[in-house]
Structures are given as C-alpha cells and as structure tokens.
Design a protein around this ligand. Structure first.
Ligand SMILES: N[C@@H](CCC(=O)N[C@@H](CS)C(=O)NCC(=O)O)C(=O)O
Length: 86
C-alpha cells in the first residue's frame, strides 16, 4: 500500500469528501490537521508547491492536490493502482 498523507482543517467539507473516498477504497492514511498548526500548514504549502487550500493529499510523497483532483483520478479509473503502489 502506498504512503498516503492528507492535510486537513476542521469544518472542511472538501477534506471530509476526500477522506470518505479514501475510506471507501480501504486506504490507510495519515491525517495532519493543520487547523491550529501554523508550522504544519507552512510545511503543507511548501510540499504542495504553493497550494494553500485543504485538503492537500500526498501519495508516496507525490503531491496530488485536493479533493477534486483525487476524485478526478478516481473518475479516470487510476486511483486504485495509485493507492496500491509502493
Ligand atoms: N478544489 C479544492 C477546494 C478546496 C477548498 O476550497 N478548501 C477550503 C476548505 S473546505 C479551503 O481551504 N479554503 C481556504 C481556507 O480555508 O483558507 C479541492 O477540491 O480540494
């Protein structure tokens, strides 16, 4: 299984949507809640190439983007392979 990380904030609908998709896939992930974590947020922005919205998702350290990007990968039928890669 790939290493999956998702940066989130509280009360974030897009975060809930992305996590629900990962949950449906049975994917284990590390959630980094940056609601009150400025250093964590700054690290997220740096890793995401400037992306400041949440969620920001990383699969095996590769920046995927947010919930819409994850859903687009799923719509193309490519998410299962990405999640299983190691
Ligand atoms: N298209 C993005 C939208 C993400 C988005 O707008 N997230 C909101 C929170 S749910 C956000 O980060 N807003 C800016 C902010 O909270 O500073 C995605 O699919 O992830």
């Amino acid at each position: 299984m790939a290493k999956i990380e998702i940066y989130t904030k509280a009360f974030c609908g897009y975060c809930a949507r992305a996590k629900a998709l990962l949950d449906r896939k049975g994917a284990a992930y590390r959630e980094i809640d940056v609601t009150m974590d400025r250093a964590g947020f700054d690290a997220m922005v740096a890793r995401a190439g400037g992306g400041r919205t949440v969620p920001q998702i990383f699969i095996d350290d590769r920046p995927i983007g947010g919930s819409d990007a994850l859903a687009a990968i799923e719509a193309k039928g490519e998410l299962d392979a990405l999640l299983k890669a190691d």
